[in-house]
Write a protein that binds this ligand. Structure first.
Ligand SMILES: *[C@@H]1O[C@H](CO)[C@@H](O)[C@H](O)[C@H]1NC(C)=O
Ligand SMILES: *[C@@H]1O[C@H](CO)[C@@H](O)[C@H](O)[C@H]1NC(C)=O
Ligand SMILES: *[C@@H]1O[C@H](CO)[C@@H](O)[C@H](O)[C@H]1NC(C)=O
Ligand SMILES: *[C@@H]1O[C@H](CO)[C@@H](O)[C@H](O)[C@H]1NC(C)=O
Ligand SMILES: *[C@@H]1O[C@H](CO)[C@@H](O)[C@H](O)[C@H]1NC(C)=O
Length: 478
């Protein structure tokens, strides 16, 4: 199985962004391609989105630390920030992560070589964000009677990691952070590598044991059914694949494609229809399992037909998809970006075992590294690099961070579910999927997410009170 699971695989669907969504102005800022050396002065245009309609005198800046995709998609799917902007009189800013969307350091040459891709790191991205924040402080200078407006970072998933990291690394720029579904502990040795797949399995199992068992049986049936050219041709037509299966590599891609769909459905198992990853019904896992459980079959072909039909909940909810591109999750520019990050800084060990419903695959760093070399001509350095860079579990010195996690989210495996320090809080959404709390309010929202959003608001208010009444007067006096 592909261990380089795209953190958030929505990149290739961003065209679906609702045109009637939230309004923002698009801006650009010149940032250095390399923040950390003085060997080049080259810059590029980094994109960010602003909505300051609600911004009041001296009000805070709510700053979304963009992740691995077009920033518009994150802005449209982070309604929570819009919902609370008015009561905080906050300016809303969504910053694009370098190498995604239009923020390409070398234009259409950004991905052509390891040399050009080498500036794609979280550290460079954080330095970009700090420059935007500094620029915003200048822009809003005439609006305030203090040196700096308070900045609160928001982010989900990898963006949530960045929200936490920017607060840890640059506390003078960012005063607090809401880090939703941020798997900052999904690194070597911090958690068992099988947790991710185990949680995904339990999400399906919680709807139906039968469903999880059927999925578990599927992998070896895909493998055996497609051993012959006739079998490959048969499955290609049964599942409406755009390109017929030919090689063993194609079968591997197919297995990864199915696995990723199953994982994605768990990630976006929201109580109402969404178009975040792709057009999906409410509770897609429930839909998938109900559909699968309602079908019967008497042989391998029948099981594959049932799986294929059920997968359409994800692949063809609009009923307008002509055929399935199974390589799609790996050919997209943005996904390539994440895969590069996963091959350099963001080494997140994962493994599947007998206890989960996925095809067994141990964590094998050497194999992973070889795959990276094949794809990008680079190899990751030591597995503990991100731990040295960001502290691993040793985050007690941090403050003003909320880590929120939905327990039905596969990525809660690497989330901070408990803290030892009252200045950083861990909040659980028992029935929540991937960064559910950052979504805009919806009439179908569960009570737990409403409570968690209220906790965020109270905590942000507490931070801001401290900033205005305690921090600022002292800083101004210096
Ligand atoms: C900011 O967002 C609000 C709510 O969506 C919208 O009414 C307003 O027009 C937006 N402002 C700008 C400048 O886009
Ligand atoms: C960068 O810009 C400075 C100031 O304009 C200049 O003195 C320096 O030579 C430049 N460095 C490089 C590597 O081009
Ligand atoms: C890349 O960008 C350059 C300059 O903008 C343009 O001339 C060229 O056609 C582009 N190439 C591709 C393959 O899009
Ligand atoms: C695929 O295989 C099944 C079962 O072996 C058979 O019934 C069906 O006709 C085959 N379909 C094609 C298109 O070959
Ligand atoms: C999507 O659904 C439509 C309508 O049911 C069907 O004609 C089409 O073949 C489906 N596409 C795929 C890829 O299964």
């Amino acid at each position: 199985m592909n261990n380089i699971v795209g953190l958030l695989l929505f990149n290739y669907y961003f065209a679906i962004v609702a045109s009637d969504g939230y309004l923002l102005e698009t801006k650009y800022i010149d940032v250095p391609i390399d923040h950390f050396s003085y060997t080049t002065n080259a810059t590029f245009k980094l994109r960010y989105l602003v909505n300051d309609s609600y911004h009041g005198h001296g009000g805070p800046i709510f700053f979304y630390t963009g992740n691995e995709g077009d920033i518009n998609n994150f802005a449209q799917n982070t309604g929570f920030m819009f919902d609370i902007a008015k009561s905080f009189e906050a300016a809303l800013v969504f910053a694009e992560h370098r190498y995604y969307g239009t923020s390409l350091p070398f234009g259409n040459q950004s991905y052509v070589s390891p040399t050009n891709l080498g500036y794609l790191t979280s550290q460079q991205a954080l330095a970009d964000f700090v420059l935007i924040i500094d620029h915003l402080q200048d822009v809003y200078e005439n609006q305030k009677n203090m040196k700096k407006l308070p900045v609160i970072a928001f982010g989900g998933s990898y963006g949530g990691m960045l929200a936490a990291y920017i607060r840890m690394k640059y506390p003078a720029s960012v005063f607090g952070a809401i880090a939703s579904s941020a798997p900052i502990w999904q690194f070597n040795g911090l958690i068992p590598c099988e947790d991710f797949y185990r949680i995904t399995t339990s999400v399906y199992g919680s709807y139906s044991k039968k469903c999880a068992t059927t999925i578990k049986n599927t992998w070896k049936i895909i493998r055996s059914f497609t051993q012959t050219p006739a079998g490959k041709a048969n499955l290609s037509s049964l599942w409406n694949l755009c390109a017929p299966l030919n090689t063993e590599g194609d079968i591997k891609t197919l297995v990864e494609w199915v696995s990723e769909i199953i994982i994605n459905m768990a990630m976006v198992n929201y109580p109402y229809p969404t178009s975040f990853l792709t057009a999906l019904p409410a509770y897609p896992v429930l839909e998938f399992c109900s559909q699968l459980d309602s079908l019967t079959w008497k042989d391998e072909y029948g099981l594959l037909a049932a799986i294929g039909e059920s997968l359409q909940i994800y692949t063809n909810y609009t009923k307008s998809v002509k055929c399935n591109v199974i390589a799609e999750t790996s050919s997209q520019l943005d996904e390539r970006g994440w895969n590069f990050q996963a091959c350099t800084e963001m080494i997140m060990p994962m493994c599947s075992t007998e206890v989960d419903m996925f095809e067994n695959e141990p964590w094998d760093f050497q194999k992973y590294s070889d795959e990276c070399y094949k794809n990008f001509n680079i190899r990751p350095r030591a597995q503990n690099e991100p731990i040295l860079e960001y502290g691993g579990k040793d985050i007690d010195a941090a403050s003003n961070i909320i880590f929120s996690n939905g327990l039905l989210d596969p990525w809660s495996s690497g989330g901070v579910l408990i803290t030892r320090n009252n200045n950083i809080k861990a909040i659980i959404i028992p029935d929540g999927a991937h960064h559910y709390d950052l979504r805009g309010q919806n009439e179908k929202d569960t009570n737990s997410v409403k409570i968690v959003r209220e906790m965020h608001v109270n905590e942000i208010r507490r931070w801001l009170n401290r900033y205005y009444y305690d921090v600022i007067p002292k800083v101004e006096r210096v």
